[in-house]
Design a protein around this ligand. Structure first.
Ligand code: ATP
Length: 261
């Protein structure tokens, strides 16, 4: 049985005269991997911003699974949505470049696992136990991404591909139910992209997550996604399995080109 974890109804946002997202109805299920594709300017990142609480819609609703029912979260801030289990990465890398790799992960975990203030102020044994557990968890996550050996490096010293992977580790460190990845393979070389493709599949299975990803690398999207939404001029043009999308004449015409036939 599939359980809906996220749903939108007629979700729309206008910027002046531009309707960047236009009456979008999408749904994501528990433990589903969804690809979101479309040409530049189609509204993909804006849709992510609406789903994660960066923007509030001009019209329509975003609902998230909350306990036993879907609750409308239109007016719930990005910060609060993170506490409800929403995590994301950004197209442009947003690491603390002057902090070490593990510090970047620990900072991301702070919201979830903050030690009681009193223990933190007085540095009680309970505080140190708490910190040790956080560190262990952070190291375990880095290990999955084959980055444990660079834990004490400055984030700015990492090669580009590893910085992008660290962004995903940071998002995972918040213990999300839904992970939004905005062009995770952007700027990666083919080897890095291939490794990331395997990793995305692995983390979805290992962490039992719903993942929604925007990606221009068609090979990556079609390999990892169970379902794909295609956005065009802010509207959903098509949805289906990767095979259905690759065979959809409107999608082929608009986005994929003859080389996908
Ligand atoms: N804050 C904003 N103010 C005004 N217009 C905006 C804003 N954010 C997005 N837009 C416009 O909304 C449209 C959709 O942009 P968006 O960045 O969501 O597209 P995209 O599909 O993510 O593109 P890309 O693949 O290039 O990242 C574009 O016309 C863009 O110029």
């Amino acid at each position: 049985m599939t359980t809906t974890i996220l749903k939108t109804q007629d979700l729309s946002i206008k910027f002046g005269g531009v309707t960047a997202v236009d009456c979008v109805n999408i749904e994501a299920h528990d433990n589903e991997l969804i690809g979101l594709i479309g040409p530049n300017g189609a509204g993909k990142t804006t849709l992510f911003n609406l789903l994660t609480g960066v923007y509030q819609p001009t019209h329509g609703t975003v609902s998230l699974f909350n306990g036993e029912k879907l609750a409308q979260v239109n007016h719930v801030s990005a910060y609060k949505r993170a506490q409800l289990g929403i995590a994301r990465t950004f197209q442009n890398i947003r690491l603390f470049k002057t902090r070490t790799v593990i510090e970047n992960v620990l900072i991301a975990m702070t919201n979830q696992t903050a030690a009681k203030t009193i223990h933190a102020i007085f540095r009680t044994p309970s505080f140190y136990q708490h910190e040790a557990k956080k560190r262990q968890h952070a190291m375990a996550l880095l290990d999955i991404f084959n980055m444990a050996h660079v834990a004490d490096e400055l984030a700015s010293n990492l090669p580009y591909g590893q910085q992008r992977r660290l962004e995903i580790v940071r998002a995972l460190a918040t213990n999300p139910k839904i992970l939004f990845l905005d062009e995770p393979a952007a700027g990666m070389n083919p080897q890095e992209t291939a490794a990331l493709t395997a990793l995305i599949k692995q983390i979805q299975q290992q962490f039992q997550l719903t993942i929604i990803l925007i990606e221009h690398d068609m090979n990556l999207v079609m390999t990892v996604s169970q379902r794909v939404y295609v956005l065009e001029y802010g509207k959903i043009l098509a949805t289906g399995t990767p095979t259905e999308i690759q065979q959809n004449p409107a999608v082929i015409k608009a986005y994929l080109g003859d080389d996908m036939l």
